[in-house]
Design a protein around this ligand. Structure first.
Ligand SMILES: *Cc1c(COP(=O)(O)O)cnc(C)c1O
Length: 408
């Protein structure tokens, strides 16, 4: 498929040689089968979504893990917030962009995660990007899992601390990095709580033990675990019975907790106060809109009142995994609602995803550079929003398409 006609590219108001180069690179992506096409949802995020391009589909690819995006109490929280606080802040926080509701949400997050304090950002991307550079200098070391999220990688790039990237979840490699950095003032170990492309849970007790032995700061990005793991959705620390044992937690309000824009860093009072002073994604960009803060508060309230949502998510995940294996698929094993099935080549994963869409199931294929070459996959994500009937529909389509393409 030709993406752009030469006449259109050359006729653009943008510099012709530049525009032609960009168009040619996109054409290359298209020819390699790795060009992403955006699909358009018409309505609320939920178990079933209406796609402009494919009609009604069972949604197996959202981070709406406990199904709070369309819960009336949460939507009403946003609506009331907009009525009370208007459209937005029109200022960064340290000038006139901080609302009472920001403080209330931050206290609530700290309470929920059992930390002393928390600070919100417009996204967890911004929380991670603004985390390391203020807290660490070239006197320090930053030790990071090789498969950490892109926002962590970018945050690390902005920081002058000595970098050590350890092999994914390899405790010997982590210990080695800790040994080699003993002359540094501070050693900060950074890991995702749940790795989004594998659905694996970081071995937090072992990492904590190493951090204790080498006097290092343990930082966890719990974006795929907040609202998801543990009996009440308090994340990876709750999963391991390690409340209050993580030095710094970053996470998102944009996944399980209602899916709106927002993220946060939760830690001790001094660490949070330091970020207020120095974190650049706090100082030079607006806070999350007050209505989003209201929605996030409503989401946390709802989850606390309805821990059975977390249990339902677990039951749905067990059901889906079990049946997927019975069909002959070989998903990456794990205890999270992220259920990836490795297909191999990127184009094959994209084809599988495309044919599933035709069968009324919304699943996305991921290839290089999001995951390593040759490990392209489809990633199924289960939600408490699903009823068994939805999961059965998805499994039936996976059966049909999986056989047709020779995956099972
Ligand atoms: C999704 C995600 C983020 C980004 O969250 P946003 O709030 O959408 O910016 C950061 N870290 C991890 C591990 C994530 O999965």
């Amino acid at each position: 498929m030709v993406l752009y006609e030469e006449a259109d590219v050359a006729g653009s108001a943008v510099n012709a040689a530049f525009n032609r180069r960009i168009a040619a690179e996109l054409q290359g992506m298209q020819e390699q089968g790795v060009y992403k096409t955006l699909l358009h949802i018409m309505g609320m995020q939920g178990a079933v979504v209406e796609l402009e391009e494919f009609g009604e589909t069972v949604n197996l690819c959202s981070n709406n893990y406990v199904g709070l995006c369309d819960v009336p109490e949460v939507v009403e929280g946003v609506r009331e917030g907009a009525a009370r606080y208007g459209a937005g802040t029109a200022s960064v926080r340290f000038i006139c962009g901080t609302w009472d509701i920001h403080r209330e949400l931050e206290d609530r997050i700290a309470d929920f995660l059992e930390t002393e304090a928390a600070i919100t950002y417009t996204s967890c991307w911004n929380a991670n990007e603004g985390l390391f550079a203020p807290l660490l200098t070239d006197e320090d070391a930053l030790i990071s899992d090789a498969l950490n999220h892109a926002s962590i990688i970018d945050g690390i790039r902005l920081c002058k601390a000595e970098r050590h990237i350890y092999k994914h979840m390899d405790m010997d490699a982590l210990e080695d990095a800790l040994k080699r950095t003993q002359d540094k003032r501070t050693r900060l170990v950074m890991t995702d709580g749940v790795f989004s492309m594998e659905g694996e849970i970081a071995p937090l007790p072992a990492i904590r033990e190493l951090c204790d032995r080498y006097d290092a700061v343990l930082t966890v990005d719990d974006s795929h675990a907040t609202g998801v793991l543990g009996d009440t959705g308090r994340g990876t620390p709750e999963h391991f019975g390690m409340h209050g044992e993580v030095d710094i937690i970053t996470s998102t309000l944009g996944k399980a907790l209602g899916g709106m824009a927002g993220g946060f860093t939760a830690s001790s009072r001094p660490v949070v106060d330091y970020l207020v002073q120095r974190s650049r994604t706090q100082l030079f960009t607006n806070a999350m809109p007050p209505h989003s803060a209201c929605g996030a508060l409503a989401a946390i309230d709802y989850l606390e009142a309805h821990p059975e949502r977390v249990q339902k998510l677990r039951a749905n995940t067990d059901y889906f995994r079990r049946n997927l294996v019975d069909l002959g698929f070989e998903p990456i094993e794990g205890d999270t609602p992220i259920v990836p099935v490795i297909i191999g080549e990127t184009a094959a994963a994209m084809k599988l995803s495309r044919e599933l869409l035709d069968e009324g199931v919304f699943v996305i294929g991921f290839g290089f550079p999001v995951v390593p070459r040759g490990e392209a996959r489809i990633r199924c994500q289960v939600s408490a929003a699903h009823e068994i009937e939805h999961l059965d529909r998805a499994l039936a389509a996976l059966d049909v398409v999986g056989r047709r393409l020779g995956v099972i």
